[in-house]
Design a protein around this ligand. Structure first.
Ligand code: SAM
Length: 226
């Protein structure tokens, strides 16, 4: 009989990978560089919606002992990012043009990430189900995180952050800290724009505690949870 883990959260809907095809834009060399990072036990980080890559390149240059996979879905932004990343010749940065959900389902193993960055995500005002903490994918993402791993979420929209905290408390049941972002911070293009307008940017840092269970902890890439 298959062991059914009791999840630590209260999110019912199950992430479905059945119709998620491997993004064709992911190159063999990208997969090789991620595998090498994993084999060498280099701490692995993921950035979802990296835009033109300002944060990713800052992170890679100041954390040469860590590897970052930075994913951007929009071709124009990805192209601008890739161009700058090529000039920087970063050995510890893999730049991916893909949908992050399909990418993770196919290429990120359980318990492999030390941290995830989701910086200024689209607020999805007309479709709240598309917000990261409201999606079944979030459970899958948690399963890819190591114990003690961190998810950093930043936004300029107070109601988005309040909703995220409510979901973390009541649904995901995860510990986190929330703080205002220093007005001098300049990690991403959107952060610079919002802070220049005098907007209140905030950051939530979520920690995955020991013993936290999801229905995907033993699901390798492209397998469905039992
Ligand atoms: C508001 S922008 C923020 C970009 C960047 N993080 C910044 O702060 O400057 C959100 C970005 O997330 C990207 N994005 C949204 N959903 C995505 C997904 N499922 N996979 C990859 N990128 C995604 C969008 O294309 C967009 O570039």
């Amino acid at each position: 009989m298959t062991h059914q883990p009791m999840p630590s959260h209260r999110f019912d809907r199950l992430f479905e990978t059945k119709f998620l095809y491997a993004p064709k834009t992911v190159q063999n060399q990208d997969i090789q560089s991620i595998s090498q990072a994993l084999d060498s036990k280099t701490p692995l980080f993921l950035e979802i919606g990296a835009g033109k890559g300002k944060h990713a390149m800052l992170f890679a240059s100041s954390n040469t002992d860590k590897h970052l996979i930075a994913i951007e879905r929009t071709r124009e932004k990805f192209n601008a990012f890739q161009k700058q990343a090529d000039l920087g010749e970063f050995k510890n940065l893999t730049v991916i043009h893909a949908d992050a959900i399909a990418f993770c389902a196919h290429f990120i193993a359980p318990n492999s990430l030390d941290g995830v960055f989701i910086l200024y995500p689209n607020p999805e005002p007309h479709n709240k189900n598309q917000r990261w903490l409201n999606m079944p994918f979030f459970e899958f993402l948690l399963s890819r995180l190591k114990v003690g791993g961190l998810i950093t979420i930043a936004s300029n929209i107070e109601s988005y952050m309040d909703e995220a905290c409510q979901r973390l408390d009541e649904v995901w049941r995860l510990p986190y800290t929330k703080r205002a972002i220093d007005p001098a911070s300049a990690r991403t293009h959107f952060e610079i724009k919002y802070l220049a307008r005098g907007e209140n940017c905030q950051e939530i840092i979520v920690t995955k505690p020991a013993g936290y269970q999801t229905r995907f902890d033993h699901v390798l890439v492209k397998e469905q949870a039992v």
